[in-house]
Design a protein around this ligand. Structure first.
Ligand SMILES: [Zn+2]
Length: 88
């Protein structure tokens, strides 16, 4: 088996300043000495402006799932993937 490094993240969208938690899996065919592992993440930002009137019912920008647990700032949590997004 070839050496492989896989980063497993619970979701693909994050807000500015949000802590990313996940798992880094290192697979090797034999014991490999190492002095450390550096992981760099590069992100892209995508902004979608939607004009609507009245009550807003948006779906998750990551997976299209329905929003739940809208907090007092209008931030909802996707019931499927856990992405947080603005609903009003
Ligand atoms: Zn989602």
């Amino acid at each position: 088996m070839a050496r492989e490094i896989v980063v497993e993240l619970p979701r693909t969208a994050y807000y500015t300043g949000e802590v990313i938690e996940g798992t880094v899996v290192v697979e090797a065919s034999r014991d490999v000495s190492s002095r450390g592992l550096y992981v760099d993440f590069t992100g892209t930002e995508e902004t979608v402006i939607t004009r609507q009137q009245g009550k807003v019912a948006l779906s998750c920008p990551n997976c299209g799932g329905p929003p739940t647990n809208v907090d007092r700032f209008g931030i909802a949590t996707c019931s499927y993937c856990g992405t947080r997004f603005l609903v009003r």
